[in-house]
Write a protein that binds this ligand. Structure first.
Ligand SMILES: C[S@@+](CC[C@H](N)C(=O)[O-])C[C@H]1O[C@@H](n2cnc3c(N)ncnc32)[C@H](O)[C@@H]1O
Length: 149
């Protein structure tokens, strides 16, 4: 291996087309989102950089790809999504993952226009109280007003 190849890292995350990666794992409502991430990208990053039981946060979670893959890998997940429509799909996808045996717990919060963070903070507090989030999890600040928990 040359020195140049030493730092070159390519994740084989598009070995299956996107619809096949999501088939049965994500609800049909997910297809309408215009900027979804390939599940294999989330899965690879989560498996590589976190351990089971740890917390994964996605401050712009869309249909919840990061949350769903984290839950399947036994990680807890916290998401924030600006558009209530996608936050609802993320919640449904996460619930679907649970029916498929995903063991991690996830909490996608919705952040609508005029959002002041109370709903998400309440969701996080409830998840903590129920033991679904590690107590040591610190604040997660995402982009703009919608990322504050
Ligand atoms: C590129 S998509 C992410 C898609 C996601 N990775 C998935 O697989 O579904 C970006 C998402 O961030 C949301 N978004 C944009 N600005 C935001 C903000 N300030 N706070 C939270 N969510 C935001 C958008 O509504 C959109 O759903």
């Amino acid at each position: 291996m040359t020195e140049e190849q030493d730092w070159l890292s390519v994740w084989p995350t598009a070995q299956q087309p996107a619809p096949r990666q999501r088939a049965g794992r994500y609800l049909p409502a997910s297809t309408a989102h215009p900027a979804k991430m390939l599940p294999a990208i989330a899965r690879t990053a989560i498996a590589r950089y976190t351990r089971p039981g740890e917390l994964v946060c996605d401050p712009m979670c869309g249909i919840g790809t990061t949350l769903v893959e984290a839950a399947h890998l036994g990680r807890h997940a916290l998401g924030v999504e600006y558009e209530p429509r996608w936050a609802q799909v993320a919640r449904a996808n996460l619930a679907h993952a649970t029916t498929q045996g995903a063991v991690g717990a996830g909490t996608p919060g919705a952040a609508a226009a005029g959002w002041d963070g109370r709903a998400d903070r309440a969701a996080v507090a409830a998840a903590r109280a129920a033991g679904r989030l590690p107590r040591r999890a610190g604040p997660c600040r995402g982009a703009g007003r919608a990322g504050l928990l």
